[in-house]
Write a protein that binds this ligand. Structure first.
Ligand code: GRF
Length: 183
């Protein structure tokens, strides 16, 4: 299947999706709401088509219309959010119903939203992790397709924990995306 990947920054999960693509999927476009996103540079170097537009420039509606058109033009059938930090509108989600997935750095349903690692440490949790889930209108709320767990160690900071979880994200996301598309 042809997949479009949406990023807002570094794009390390996007790189892992590209690097680990199998017969199950191909990344046909990388799109960003931040034209300065570091991941776009790498995608262009790989020869992957990119799309970048700031919603602040044109307004959210025009931004999403242009994004939708660019994704369809590139042949994307499914979307994978990878560090995409904007909320997609209900309309956009409806147009891609059950064809968008996201990776979130917590063991959902725990810690939807931001600052997941700091919250897990503050709660005294023994473990943290990441989840791949279907995107619905509810933030970080759709069905969970796969998770990976890591222990929280004494002395962990949000940064050290984030690095340990990120390693698992890079393994989990390509595997779950491929499984989901061949279900
Ligand atoms: C990842 O931890 C992802 O789960 C979260 O933001 C981070 C993005 O990192 N939503 P990257 O851009 O994939 O490197």
């Amino acid at each position: 299947a042809n997949v479009g990947v949406l990023i807002s920054g570094r794009g390390s999960n996007m790189r892992s999706l590209v690097a680990n693509a199998t017969e199950a999927y191909k990344v046909v476009v990388v799109a960003s709401n931040r034209p300065s996103a570091e991941g776009l540079v790498w995608a262009r170097e790989q020869g992957i088509p990119t799309f970048a537009l700031s919603p602040k420039e044109v307004g959210k509606q025009a931004y999403e219309a242009a994004l939708d058109a660019a994704l369809r033009e590139a042949g994307a059938e499914y979307l994978a959010l990878a560090g995409y930090m904007r909320l997609l509108s209900d309309d956009f989600v409806a147009r891609w119903r059950d064809r968008i997935i996201n990776i979130h750095p917590s063991l959902l349903p725990k810690y939807k939203g931001l600052d997941t690692h700091a919250r897990a440490i503050a709660a005294g949790d023994a473990e943290a992790g990441c989840s791949v889930h279907i995107v619905t209108e509810e933030l970080d709320g759709g069905a969970v397709l796969g998770q990976a767990r890591v222990p929280i160690q004494s002395g962990d900071t949000p940064e050290t924990l984030a690095a340990r979880v990120l390693d698992e994200e890079h393994r989990l996301y390509p595997r779950v995306l491929a499984e989901w598309l061949t279900r």
